[in-house]
Design a protein. Sequence first.
Length: 295
Amino acid sequence: MLRQALLAVSRSERAERVVSSSPLTRGVVKRYVADDIGAVVTELSDRGLLVTVDHLGEDVTDRAQAEGAVQAYLALLDRLPSGADVSVKLTALGLRLNEQLALDNAASICEAVADRGITLTLDAEEHDTVDALLSIHSTLRKEHPDVGVVIQAYLRDAAERCRKLESARVRLCKGAYSAPEALAFTSPKEIDRSFAKCMKILMNGTGYPMIATHDPRLVEIASALAVLAGRDATGFEYQMLYGVRPEEQERLASLGAQVRVYVPYGSDWYPYLMRRLAERPANLAFFARSLLTRT
Ligand code: FDA
């Protein structure tokens, strides 16, 4: 219930105005969103962690905003080391306006990353964008075989999608949006079961699995499945969010695993932050205080 309420608030412009202008939210924002992206990338790299950087923004409503997002990514590339990844939301590139526009914009970023040793991963968003996401990914892969895509294990057809993508770079996550029950599992047990099933398919495939979770049990299952599938530490990676379980990120890296941290930056942090709060109601105390000071 609480999760659904927070996800609904994440789409409210009024709530966004209230939350964004409160100084008390700054502490929470700082925990999850990089204020100086160059410094954060350097710090994580020094700690032996890989990065994927997300220029915050989504659901743009005009072409100029979509073009602005492309330019922001192009400017970002100069600040990233080889081996870095960028995470891109197609709705930030204009998907809600026109699928071809989002494809063209994503292709421009793919071309720019190609000769810098940087990869690109397409984030998964609301369920009504998933078909377009997979279609754009399939088109981009013809020229850029390394382009990655996210599969959300909460979707009932996730395992089937993983089978089709077993040779690709795939990030597997639980899924952070709300989706109708007809399309998505809702109980944590079912979502975990789907996640494990998808991991098994990806680990036994020929592609590159990116296991994006903070869940200790799923992390353990991932390492067992990798061994069973004959993958060494370079054959897959763990991914976690900036600000979430940093000690675990370092612990896994110290054991020789590849660990990539998803680092969001930029001023358009509101929906991202609300999704993090929906996952972790423990942070709600900060949020509630920030609202109370405004009303
Ligand atoms: P969940 O939130 O269920 O937590 C499971 C367990 O993990 C907890 O019980 C606890 O033990 C531990 N844990 C979690 N958070 C913790 C914390 N703050 N401190 C201590 N322990 C904690 N979603 C999406 O829809 N599209 C996308 O493209 C992406 N991309 C993405 C990239 C990366 C790198 C990550 C890590 C995640 C995403 N997500 C995403 C978000 C994802 O779908 C999901 O919402 C969150 O990762 C939370 O799910 P968990 O798997 O971490 O488990």
